[in-house]
Ligand binder design. Structure first.
Ligand code: SF4
Length: 440
């Protein structure tokens, strides 16, 4: 008998992508096989994000589109999980307006999916099972990983920072660090399986270890992972400037596998706006970190996150952001238009910025960032850089893509057999976001 098929659609961040790898593993263990074809699927699951409004609207839109498919395939099971389901209002929309959804669960109880499916199959009822928060870390869930040479590893869950624009602390709960041995054992297994690169995941990895019953922090973990044979590249995301220690900056100069890239969200260059965002650092604090880390590692790549149009942001505030961007010269940045997130403190702020102004600032910021990225990339022409070969280019089957240790995307000719291996590429041409070259 043909195996039943499942399809997972993931919205949002790397942590959601990794949660989907775990859900996929659970379903494969239950005897399902994966498909990317909606018509073929017997089980469709949306792993949702709540950081931006349009992600939420997309989910409702896509769910609406499944109503007809459910009429055609009454045995089709539809499930929704992820950050959106942590919000009662969103759950109510689903249970009232999308009654063809069979299972709803959250971010803290992925491991309960087999029971939820069995309950639904037994009762035929819609199953809603969401934990508001959980101190329990379930360790025996593996992951059906997307790649065979690079892997994401959750080292901790939740966030205690309550930045005023962010919904994550309400959907992912309080910070909770996995025991170091569990992280290290997982990565040792990955090394045995031939993985070369690991990225440690957490909302704020710099505060790793604060919930452990002994003195053991983020840098202690990096050191122990650096000793694992077989792993060649170590990365992490996401950092918070208020917790980035001198110990970590020093580790950048000492740990040979720690890649020369730091993603350090600043969000705004204005101290007034940073205060309103409850970011707990000033632009001066941030610039001091950048200076220290460039003293330790002059060629480190630094990327960031920036929000434009935060409530109350004046033209002067925005100018301060532009100035800071020019001063730091980020290799690249994720830039976001501030959007109201119901349930956050900033959503209640009265001095919301007009959309036209937001878009004008967004364009000006992107232009400035892109100019800097291109200039920095131009300095790499003639250099030979080490690249982990990741995949065949989507636009040209003769071209491969991969990333440098500084996390720059590189295109170069080569055989697909090279995927998963580390090669040296001589850089011949550059664009704003990519480099081009030849294997040497
Ligand atoms: S650090 Fe701030 S922006 Fe990041 S997840 Fe926590 S609350 Fe959200």
């Amino acid at each position: 008998m043909d195996k039943k098929k499942f399809l997972i659609k993931t919205y949002g961040c790397q942590m959601n992508e990794h949660d989907s790898e775990k859900i996929s593993w659970i379903l494969i263990k239950m005897g399902y096989s994966e498909t990317e074809d909606l018509q073929e699927a017997d089980f469709i699951i949306y792993n949702t994000c709540l950081v931006r409004e349009n992600a939420e609207l997309k989910v409702y839109g896509n769910l609406g589109a499944l109503k007809q498919l459910k009429r055609e395939k009454p045995d089709l099971i539809i499930a929704v999980c992820g950050c959106m389901m942590q919000r009662e209002e969103a759950r109510n929309v689903i249970t009232t307006k999308h009654r063809h959804v069979d299972i709803i669960f959250g971010t803290h109880n992925i491991h309960r999916l087999p029971q939820l499916i069995n309950n639904h199959l037994k009762t035929g009822k819609t199953i809603v099972d969401v934990l508001e928060d959980s101190r329990e870390i379930v360790e025996d869930i593996e992951a059906n990983r997307k790649y065979s040479y690079k892997a994401f590893v959750d080292i901790m869950y939740g966030c205690n920072n309550f930045c005023t624009y962010c919904i994550v602390p309400y959907t992912r709960g309080r910070e909770n660090s996995r025991e170091p041995e569990n992280n290290i054992d997982e990565i040792k297994e990955l090394a045995k399986a031939g993985y070369k690169e690991v990225t440690l995941l957490g909302q704020n990895v710099n505060s790793y270890g604060k919930t452990l019953k002994r003195e053991y922090d983020f840098v202690d973990l990096l050191r122990d992972i650096n000793d694992i044979e077989g792993i060649e590249r170590l990365r992490f995301m996401t950092s918070h400037p208020k917790d980035l220690s001198d110990k970590l900056i020093k580790a950048y100069g000492e740990l040979d596998k720690l890649c020369e890239h730091l993603h350090l969200p600043i969000q705004s260059g204005s101290n007034k706006v940073l205060k309103e965002m409850n970011r707990k650092y000033t632009r001066e604090d941030y610039l001091e970190i950048i200076e220290k880390i460039r003293n330790e590692l002059p060629n480190i790549a630094i990327t960031t996150d920036l929000i434009v149009g935060f409530p109350g942001e004046t033209e002067e505030d925005f100018e301060e952001t532009l100035e800071l961007v020019k001063e730091v010269e980020f290799d690249s940045a994720f830039t976001f238009l501030y959007s109201i997130r119901e349930g956050t403190i900033a959503a209640k702020m009265t001095n919301q910025i007009d959309n036209d102004i937001k878009h004008k600032r967004f364009q000006s910021l992107s232009d400035t960032l892109n100019e800097i990225s291109l200039d920095k990339n131009k300095k790499l022409i003639g250099e030979t850089l080490e690249v982990l070969v990741e995949e065949v280019s989507k636009n040209n089957p003769d071209v491969l893509t991969g990333r440098t240790r500084t996390s720059k995307l590189v295109h170069f000719k080569g055989e697909s057999e090279l995927i998963g291996s580390i090669v040296n590429v001589s850089i011949e041409n550059v664009k704003t976001f990519t480099l081009e070259g030849s294997i040497v």
